[in-house]
Design a protein around this ligand. Structure first.
Ligand SMILES: *Cc1c(COP(=O)(O)O)cnc(C)c1O
Length: 483
């Protein structure tokens, strides 16, 4: 209620009671004021009730919610189902205008406000997580997942480049959407095979250098590097890559899909922006902020380029993924977000210890990748063979037939899955799994390299995982390994 209405209440309720109520409601107004002035995560996250009040208040600013609004256009934010309306808190107009996804929408001051605020909140969250300000000059939250957003970034880079460069130098990562994002952007991927260093799969910088010389820098649009990946692959050597890009005047796009949760990666991104060339780095909203799949964040040191990407987005966009992040960041607050980051770091050590012990017990090895890859682990499966087919093995397992040591690595993967462990991945290198992705053929697909010496299991210590989940996983894995 505004001041005038509150004063009118004094004609109905004792004025000292109303004065007290005014104090109460002014606390809520202070919260909104602070959000509008500081544009940062609140120290402590807000309760659901406060967040709903904020959302309801802001959604009243959109024309579809005006009490006297009459729409005579073709897009008036009408919502048929009240369930859908509730699900969106009455936000219906989406974001942007046809000319620019960050442009304010005249019919929707409220949605426009949320979009503006969310960008400030995400920037704040990125800085809290460890990115330096120079590296995160601005950011753009789009309602497309990582792969499509990577495509849009590369298409914009191509459009802005003066040359006809179409090659994209791509250190191999066996994740289909990475490669497809290049092909979908109408560009030509040039695969750089990785090299083995100890247990780790790492960027072959010399191969990148010679490829740049061979193709000629003017024909190369960019290097597309990847930070977050499954062990035993290490994050790409992005600092060196960005220096190469700067030296040869070629673009650099970093796929940082789930790297926002990892301070080591963020440090490398900050260094890359400082010492070399980075055009944009892109991360998923769901993998970093615990929201449903559907959004990605583009950021980079060069504000103009990020704005160019926003201008290239054709049409308006759905605002749900933006709203999800807005709600989540207000709910986490600074303490919740930093707490989650800290907890993940602590559990990383714990998870690693537990897996290491298990590996010893079964004469396997936790592959030494942890110095570089601080999210994912790989557990060797060298004592597994694959002479029997899955059906034979499944029936043996079900009959508790223990006298077989003829158990295939991929079997372990499906066994884990059927015992409600999701996300663990088995890379069975006893056979060469070929795959064609984006028109290119790969050997040993899934392992990021040809001829890794052992099969293995990978798991991730990702934001939000709990100690009890780790404990249960270790129990189930141990039980299966015993069998
Ligand atoms: C998840 C992921 C992607 C694809 O992300 P979408 O959000 O599904 O488009 C691409 N690259 C890497 C490394 C990923 O982890």
């Amino acid at each position: 209620m505004n001041q005038k209405n509150l004063e009118l209440c004094k004609g109905l309720v004792k004025s000292n009671y109303v004065d007290q109520a005014i104090q109460g409601t002014s606390q809520f107004n202070k919260i909104i004021e602070s959000l509008l002035i500081h544009r940062r995560l609140p120290e402590i996250g807000y309760s659901d009730k406060v967040i709903e009040l904020i959302l309801n208040e802001i959604s009243m600013m959109d024309s579809n919610n005006f009490i006297e609004n009459i729409g005579v256009g073709e897009r008036e934010g009408r919502i048929y189902s009240s369930l859908v309306e509730k699900r969106h808190y009455g936000f219906s107009h989406g974001i942007g205008r046809s000319g620019d996804i960050t442009e304010q929408q005249p019919k929707a001051a409220g949605s426009s406000l949320i979009q503006k605020l969310v960008h400030y909140l995400v920037l704040d969250a990125m800085r809290i997580a460890g990115l330096e300000s120079q590296a995160a000059s601005t950011c753009l939250l789009l309602p497309m997942a990582t792969g499509m957003t990577l495509s849009l970034a590369m298409m914009t880079l191509k459009q802005k480049s003066q040359s006809n460069a179409r090659y994209v130098i791509w250190p191999r990562i066996d994740q289909k959407s990475c490669l497809k994002s290049i092909v979908t952007a109408g560009l030509i991927p040039i695969v750089i095979e990785n090299k083995l260093e100890g247990d780790m799969i790492r960027t072959d910088l010399d191969a990148i250098k010679s490829k740049i010389i061979e193709l000629g820098p003017s024909n190369i649009l960019c290097v597309f590097s990847t930070t977050s990946c499954f062990a035993p692959r290490a994050p790409d050597r992005i600092v060196e890559i960005s220096q190469l890009c700067k030296e040869h005047n070629i673009g650099h796009i970093i796929n940082n899909a789930y790297g926002l949760q990892c301070s080591k990666i963020l440090h490398a991104i900050s260094q890359s922006c400082k010492l070399g060339r980075v055009d944009a780095y892109i991360q998923s909203t769901d993998k970093n902020f615990m929201v449903p799949v559907g959004g990605a964040i583009i950021s980079g040191p060069n504000k103009v380029f990020i704005e160019d990407i926003a201008k290239n987005y054709p049409g308006r966009a759905n605002s749900s993924p933006i709203l999800d992040v807005f709600i989540t960041l207000l709910s986490m607050g600074k303490s919740g977000w930093s707490g989650l980051l800290k907890e993940r770091k602590e559990l990383l050590v714990y998870f690693q210890d537990q897996l290491g012990k298990l590996a010893n017990e079964f004469n396997e090895k936790l592959l030494s990748t942890i110095n570089e890859n601080k999210i994912s682990f790989a557990f060797s499966l060298k004592n597994f063979s694959s002479n029997k087919n899955e059906q034979q093995l499944e029936s043996e397992l079900n009959n508790n037939n223990n006298n077989n040591n003829d158990y295939s690595p991929s079997m372990l993967g499906s066994q884990l899955f059927s015992r409600s462990c999701s996300g663990a991945r088995v890379i069975d290198l006893s056979k060469n799994k070929k795959a064609i992705v984006g028109g290119l053929e790969f050997n040993y697909y899934g392992s990021h390299i040809d001829g890794y010496p052992t099969s293995y299991l990978t798991v991730a210590c990702a934001i939000g995982v709990t100690k009890s989940e780790i404990d249960k996983f270790i129990q189930r894995l141990s039980k299966l390994l015993k069998k």
